[in-house]
Design a protein around this ligand. Structure first.
Ligand code: ZN
Length: 254
């Protein structure tokens, strides 16, 4: 009964959306990454984006005015990983903070001698456990260009990873067999990647298992053949996890 009510409620939210078809068209045009989606998938992505916009609030940092067009660009990219999973995969948090460009939070870190330092690193995105996703607009705006890098996908995949605890490169799995195969497939590839750089895979992925998953997911959606060439078993694991096969999709759309 609850499921039926939820579906009805979601349908209400979607039918009441005030975003015009022209605004959606413009957003899709700015995201070449989505060109390979079928008509049905584009519709599903649009529905998820409406629900995401309803559920999450956007906050502009440094007086940034986050316009509807900006929200659509971010929401469509954010919903690509959950296209066949559903919006529940982004539950447990509410805020998306947008900085005009890269941001430099001051953090205190403790070094190996126990001394506390304040560091300031330029970031283009961040995802906090049970907290906000933070994005640089400058980098999110151009993320949908198909170059193998996508900060929006990167940060939202961290959110999927955090659903079952701290980000560790091991998100919840749909089936036991997948859960059992995942650590071996990923750790073998991760260890290899420490020693052997691969063309098209950012070295940032070698900094931690969580970053490996996020970086590989960017490539999975933007340059799937590159990931398949480097780590076919990881491609397969991601394909089962996201319930999407971007290589097949690209081929069938000709
Ligand atoms: Zn990251």
């Amino acid at each position: 009964m609850f499921k039926l009510f939820k579906k009805w409620r979601q349908q209400q939210i979607i039918s009441r959306s005030t975003v015009s078809p022209a605004s959606w068209d413009k957003a899709f045009q700015q995201l070449p990454l989505l060109d390979y989606l079928s008509e049905a998938e584009r519709n599903q992505l649009r529905r998820l984006a409406i629900l995401l916009l309803h559920e999450k609030s956007f906050i502009g940092a440094h007086d940034l005015d986050v316009s509807e067009a900006m929200q659509l660009l971010i929401a469509l990219q954010a919903c690509l990983p959950i296209l066949h999973l559903g919006l529940d995969w982004y539950s447990g948090w509410t805020t998306i903070i947008i900085y005009p460009a890269g941001f430099a939070p001051k953090r205190e870190v403790v070094d190996e001698f126990g001394l506390v330092h304040t560091v300031k690193n330029e970031l283009i995105g961040e995802a906090w456990q049970r907290g906000p996703v933070i994005l640089s607009w400058e980098d999110s705006e151009t993320a949908g260009i198909v170059d193998g890098h996508n900060v929006v996908i990167h940060e939202f995949v961290h959110k999927l990873d955090m659903l079952n605890g701290a980000a560790d490169g091991f998100p919840p799995q749909h089936k036991r067999a997948q859960a059992e195969a995942w650590p071996e497939r990923f750790s073998t590839a991760y260890e290899d990647f420490q020693k052997n750089p691969k063309p098209g895979l950012s070295r940032y992925g070698a900094t931690a298992p969580a970053e490996f998953l996020a970086v590989l997911s960017e490539v999975f959606f933007e340059k799937p053949e590159v990931l398949y060439d480097a780590y076919p078993k990881v491609y397969e694991a991601l394909s089962l996890f996201f319930r999407q096969d971007p290589i097949k999709r690209a081929r069938s759309s000709g």
